[in-house]
Ligand binder design. Sequence first.
Ligand SMILES: NC(=O)c1ccc[n+]([C@@H]2O[C@H](COP(=O)([O-])OP(=O)(O)OC[C@H]3O[C@@H](n4cnc5c(N)ncnc54)[C@H](OP(=O)(O)O)[C@@H]3O)[C@@H](O)[C@H]2O)c1
Length: 306
Amino acid sequence: METSSNSVVAVAGGSGFVGRSIVRELAARGSSVIVLSHRPPIATTDRLIEFRQGDINKPDDLPGALAGVETLVICLGFRNSPIEAPRRGRTFEKVDAGGTEALVLAAKTVGISRLVYISGAGAAPDAPRHWFRAKWRAEEAIRGSGIIYTIFRPSWIYGRGDRSLNRFLGFARWLPFVPQIGNGRQLLAPVFVDDVGALVADALVMPAANNATLEVGGPETMSMDDVIRAALRVQGRRRMILHAPAGLMKLLTRPLTLLPSPPMTPDAIDFIVQSAPVDSGPLTAVLPRHLTRLADALGKYLAPRK
Ligand SMILES: NC(=O)c1ccc[n+]([C@@H]2O[C@H](COP(=O)([O-])OP(=O)(O)OC[C@H]3O[C@@H](n4cnc5c(N)ncnc54)[C@H](OP(=O)(O)O)[C@@H]3O)[C@@H](O)[C@H]2O)c1
């Protein structure tokens, strides 16, 4: 199998947790990668990686930012996601859906030949949660673009630099317990961020991935508590997990929605405690790849306790 697309690839959101692994993998396979961010560009010593400013809130600038790009990977999220801050423009509708639509329009303007979109497991037009409907809206923009695409719908992604598991492990450094909202029984198919980067790179060279929408999960399905316990084990720590009832936490965080930048909201709690099961069958058929088991992946980046 050819491993590199040899095309110029832009990654919108390439400075984020998931985007960084995509950028790293593409550059490792020899692609020239442009990292699009809303921040001013920064210098890099890697000759294959270039930073460009491409703010989805400035749609007129996007075609210029995409000049010379053949493939666009969209991996956008707002700061502090899933905690929305509408007064700061940080919502699923505005960034995930509206941002993707703006990028797709710019991609059509400059004649981009391939799109990859990082959606989420659960995207559906009639989903009960608005974040899944926003993801669906973004997917529809991709599917309706007339450009060859691959849409990935990952379950819960973890790895170096994630905001979820690392937060729990941060608590475990200082506290004799790990606090958790909800009962910890939500089911996930945790997928290692390095595997997501590799799958995106695979999709660019595998024709079977053309115009496919693929759910992405790791090789195991387990509860959130089991994920935390596995990470604590790898670190050699023994900690209790203390659960705070989600209903009570939603009640307590309701007043925070009045703040311009709330530290937590009831909606974010619903997001955090939701299950994220996937059907990985189609993914395996289209992009066969050995995905890393949780304990093996954690062992790669979680140093044992000193
Ligand atoms: N993490 C997971 O477990 C998970 C699971 C399933 C799906 N996903 C999806 O994967 C995507 C990325 O998630 P993530 O965890 O990597 O998020 P993240 O770390 O917060 O990264 C978000 C990226 O979006 C960029 N961005 C934010 N505002 C922007 C703007 N106005 N213009 C241009 N770029 C902007 C950020 O770049 P700058 O701030 O530098 O502009 C950053 O690179 C999201 O769509 C998420 O729904 C994630």
